[in-house]
Design a protein around this ligand. Structure first.
Ligand code: SF4
Length: 380
């Protein structure tokens, strides 16, 4: 039974206006992004093109806004949604399902039976656990029961979005339903988390491709996040980083610095403490279509300790404050200095600047004079 409205044949470039080269390019890029060597990535792309990769996917929706699915479906240039939907056999998805009621439930059962131990379970949305999970039911079963039942026979489990990864908005204080993430419910199982509000579809594509081609999962951090996407902070590759290093900060929204595209740290940007690849892998295929790109501070949606918990415009501690490369770390006397000594002195100066910066920030004072992070450059 075909239960999903999406039709997989013919190939995307034959019907959707997706160029074949774009298709290979996106698949290769996603493969390289997960850390697969370029030649293997090319093989992966070719295999995808040859339609050899079709892992069965069961997609469950729990407490969420469907934003992650919407984000996936709204991609374009090329239609990433088309690419993903052509690479996988999306056998059960409550939003895209043509079937309803008993037909839909049968579709889920049939898929689990036919692909036992091999299908990819994607969970979108938080799982409420209070009162035995009665706050979210589908087909008479709680989300808690469904997640456990479907995960028991899955080959891989992916929690997409912040809600599924660690609770997201539904888990915000006072969390009346006891909403939590899939890893908490499925303890003992490997759950790949792809947090984000919404999650970036490229990150999902990378994980699914690797699993489909090699039967493996990418390297994960302690929170189950793929390191290829969450190994660094947004701050490390932020296009406004040069302004941060030079001490050019937006003070209030709409000021001259804001109009000039300066650093948003003082307006509450959580980029320095947020691990995600938003600054290098934009959303919606549109350049700069991400919060910092359009002038809003990052609100830390991939971090459980920040999003929907920390006040929107509070500042975060800087993990690794560094003086900008372009500034000499020390005024070395003419005549030379050993590289080792320069390094040590640079580290000390860096630490001093960092300490001064943190101290000034915590005391609510103006940043220290003399450049470096938090330097006193004026607006205008
Ligand atoms: S504080 Fe925010 S806006 Fe400023 S450089 Fe870091 S990530 Fe970018």
């Amino acid at each position: 039974m075909t239960a999903v409205t999406h039709h997989r044949d013919p190939l995307p470039w034959e019907t959707e206006g997706v160029d074949r080269r774009d298709f290979v390019k996106v698949v290769t890029a996603a493969a390289v992004a997960v850390g697969i060597p370029f030649t293997a990535a090319e093989q992966m792309a070719e295999a995808a093109v040859a339609k050899k990769l079709k892992p069965s996917v069961v997609w469950l929706h729990f407490q969420e806004c469907t934003g992650c699915t919407e984000s996936l479906l709204r991609t374009s240039h090329p239609a990433l949604s088309t690419l993903i939907l052509d690479l996988v056999s999306l056998d059960y998805h409550e939003t895209l399902l043509a079937a309803a009621g008993h037909q839909a439930e049968k579709c889920l059962e049939d898929t689990m039976k036919a692909h036992e131990g091999k299908y990819v379970l994607v969970i979108e949305g938080a799982i409420p656990v209070k009162e035995d999970g009665i706050y979210c039911k589908i087909g008479g079963r709680t989300a808690l029961e469904l997640a456990n039942t479907v995960a028991a026979k899955a080959g891989a489990i992916i929690a997409i979005g912040s809600c599924a990864s660690w609770g997201g908005i539904p888990s915000a204080d006072p969390n009346p339903t006891g909403a939590t993430g899939a890893p908490e419910v499925l303890k003992g199982k490997t759950v790949v988390t792809i947090p984000g509000c919404p999650a970036n579809p490229y990150n999902l594509l990378g994980v699914v491709l690797q699993f489909a081609t090699f039967g493996t999962l990418p390297a994960l951090d302690e929170l189950g996040r793929p390191k290829f996407a969450y190994g660094r902070t947004i701050h490390e590759h932020c296009p406004r980083r040069a302004h941060f290093d030079a001490g050019r900060f937006v003070q209030v929204f709409g000021d001259a610095g804001h109009r000039e595209g300066w650093c948003l740290y003082k307006t509450g940007c959580k980029g320095p403490a947020t691990h995600a690849n938003c600054s290098v892998q934009h959303f919606g295929e549109v350049t700069d279509a991400w919060p910092i790109g359009i002038g809003h501070p990052c609100f830390g949606c991939t971090e459980k300790s920040l999003a929907f918990r920390a006040p929107l415009h509070s500042t975060v501690d800087i993990e690794r404050p560094t003086p900008p490369d372009t500034y000499p770390p020390i005024a070395a006397p003419q005549g030379g200095i050993s590289p080792l000594a320069t390094g040590v002195a640079g580290a000390l100066v860096g630490a001093g600047v960092a300490a001064g910066f943190m101290a000034s920030r915590k005391m609510g004072a103006e940043p220290p004079a003399g450049g470096g992070p938090g330097g006193p450059e004026k607006e205008g």
